[in-house]
Design a protein around this ligand. Structure first.
Ligand SMILES: NC(=O)c1ccc[n+]([C@@H]2O[C@H](COP(=O)([O-])OP(=O)(O)OC[C@H]3O[C@@H](n4cnc5c(N)ncnc54)[C@H](OP(=O)(O)O)[C@@H]3O)[C@@H](O)[C@H]2O)c1
Length: 251
């Protein structure tokens, strides 16, 4: 496997994605982070540059990955960032989009928006960058959720389940090129923007109580799994869903 590698992390400006970016930058890799808010990406890049190696600069692209136009903008921006090929693509952008209302229109809108944010963002980004994924030894890592495995918010859980289905198909397609495709399914991870200001202390405690380890996951817990899946040691692991959720599904 070559070094330094080029790692593209969507949603890399905050939370889990930023922890992943820090993990790879610290190992000397070149990291490109993507998100919609330029100011957030600028601040994250400043933090990352404190750990970066001279020959592996970090960069960012501000764009909305839920539309084909936004993803094309990412593709077109990569040459000016010095990116010719991508060793590790991490489709981490996403989240749970909550909307009030229970009319059929409200439900359709909620499912569509969660699908766009979590599924289309991963699918369009991967399809746009597929021809520059390193082969052999390329990696695609997609972020799903405990919600896909046990249910949760209906629209978000359904979207994160679709990420798994897409990943199986992609692993099948890219396997012969020695590109692995895996999914990380986190449980409750604190210290991210995921819950915004909607998480009550009671909900926080009940999510912790569901784990066997009696603590929330950290962004670093998820970053550690991504770093492993990107490594040489994980070269024979593909088409898998790796749960990083403190045993929350074991009873
Ligand atoms: N935290 C948890 O408990 C948990 C549990 C299971 C799974 N996950 C999954 O883990 C991933 C990371 O979440 P997190 O907890 O780190 O939350 P987060 O801090 O909200 O991170 C999500 C990131 O995705 C970016 N993003 C969202 N929509 C985007 C779009 N359309 N185009 C480009 N970028 C977009 C956001 O930046 P902008 O807003 O600037 O675009 C943000 O940086 C998500 O896929 C989430 O569903 C989280």
């Amino acid at each position: 496997m070559k070094h330094p590698r080029t790692i593209l992390i969507t949603g890399g400006g905050t939370g889990i994605g930023l922890a992943m970016a820090k993990r790879f930058v610290t190992a000397g890799d070149q990291v490109i982070i993507v998100g919609r808010r330029e100011s957030v990406l600028q601040e994250a890049t400043k933090q990352l540059s404190q750990n970066q190696q001279d020959d592996a600069p970090t960069g960012y692209v501000a764009t909305d990955l839920s539309s084909s136009k936004g993803v094309m903008a990412l593709r077109q921006a990569l040459p000016e960032k010095g990116v010719k090929s991508i060793d590790v693509l991490i489709n981490n952008a996403g989240g749970s989009i909550q909307r009030r209302g229970d009319s059929l229109e409200d439900i359709a809108e909620q499912f569509t928006q969660n699908y766009e944010a979590n599924v289309l963002s991963a699918v369009l980004t991967t399809e746009a960058l597929k021809d520059i994924l390193a082969s052999p030894d390329g990696r695609v890592i997609n972020l799903s959720s405990i919600g896909a495995l046990k249910g949760g918010g209906p629209a978000y859980s359904a979207a994160k389940a679709a990420v798994i289905g897409y990943s199986y198909a992609l692993a099948n397609e890219l396997g012969a090129k020695q590109i692995t495709v895996n999914v990380i399914a986190p449980g409750y991870v604190s210290d991210t923007e995921f819950f915004g200001d909607t998480l009550t202390p009671e909900r926080h405690e009940s999510l912790i109580a569901q784990t066997l380890l009696k603590r929330p996951g950290t962004p670093q817990d998820i970053a550690g799994m991504a770093f492993f899946l990107a490594s040489e040691e994980a070269s024979y692991i593909t088409g898998q869903v790796l749960q990083v959720l403190g045993g929350a599904l074991v009873r």
